[in-house]
Design a protein around this ligand. Structure first.
Ligand code: NAP
Length: 228
């Protein structure tokens, strides 16, 4: 399976490329600058080779990367570039699933959101692409630092939302392959809550009052064994 990551030259996309490649997926990194994508891809391949993992990661233009995906395309660009990038790529996304990970952080303030008129970025994406191309919102709450740090397990569960159940199941399976627990969090409008959680995590991570950074979220089932 080939998964493409548009904006995969940034820290979040690179981390996902690393995790997907380790899980055995072929990855194509899409960039506005094909040479930059090729360099980033080669760096990931040699980083993993040094750790005994043979990875298949390559770089391409955003358009070629979108076309190369067997099914799933991850959009990992800044919020300010979301709508214009997606509008350009829309004709190439027919018969694919768009995985939208973009968080609508307020300009100049990563501790706040600036939600789009559609309600959330995921809903904006669905409006841009139309109902025939499924959009799945996911991976908004996991930090790039965690994704790029292979020394410890990923400390974040993934809340997955969207209007197409089959597409959500595909994305949940992809998250499980990357060793992240994924949950179906409902329709696309659930993204209003999920996307808005990230600046709260950023606030905590920046706070001097907590002894950690790069925190994720966890769904904690009750410990029934403790109450037997
Ligand atoms: N960083 C995190 O910890 C984290 C956590 C959760 C979610 N996210 C979300 O994941 C997305 C990517 O995060 P990031 O930190 O990797 O972002 P980033 O480094 O700011 O941007 C990612 C890539 O997007 C491309 N890009 C930048 N400006 C663009 C523009 N005007 N038009 C088209 N493409 C542009 C660049 O690739 P090229 O120059 O190669 O084209 C860049 O490397 C964001 O939406 C963010 O909200 C991030």
């Amino acid at each position: 399976m080939t998964v493409s990551i548009i904006g995969g030259t940034g820290p979040q996309g690179k981390g996902l490329a690393l995790r997907l490649a380790m899980a055995g997926s072929k990855v194509v990194i899409g960039s506005r600058d094909e040479a930059k994508a090729t360099t980033v891809a080669a760096d990931i391949v040699s980083f993993l080779a040094e750790r005994g993992c043979k990875a298949d990661v390559s770089g391409a233009s955003m358009e070629a990367a979108t076309q190369a995906a067997s099914k799933m395309v991850i959009l990992s660009v800044p919020y300010s570039a979301h709508d214009v990038t997606l509008t350009t790529l829309a004709p190439l996304l027919v018969d694919k699933i768009l995985i939208d990970i973009v968080v609508p952080l307020a300009a100049g303030n990563p501790k706040a959101v600036d939600m789009p008129d559609a309600g959330s970025v995921t809903e904006s994406a669905q409006a841009i692409l139309g109902d025939s191309i499924p959009v799945v919102g996911a991976l908004h709450n996991v930090s790039a630092v965690t994704l790029n740090d292979l020394s410890s397990p990923i400390n974040c569960d993934i809340l997955v939302c969207g209007n197409d159940l089959a597409a959500k199941k595909d994305v949940m399976a992809l998250c499980q392959q990357m060793e992240m627990q994924a949950y179906n969090a409902g329709l696309a409008e659930s993204a209003r809550c999920i996307e808005a959680l990230t600046p709260i995590l950023i606030r905590l991570n920046m706070s001097k009052d907590v002894p950690f950074s790069h925190a994720g979220i966890r769904i904690c089932p009750p410990d029934h064994h403790g109450h037997d």
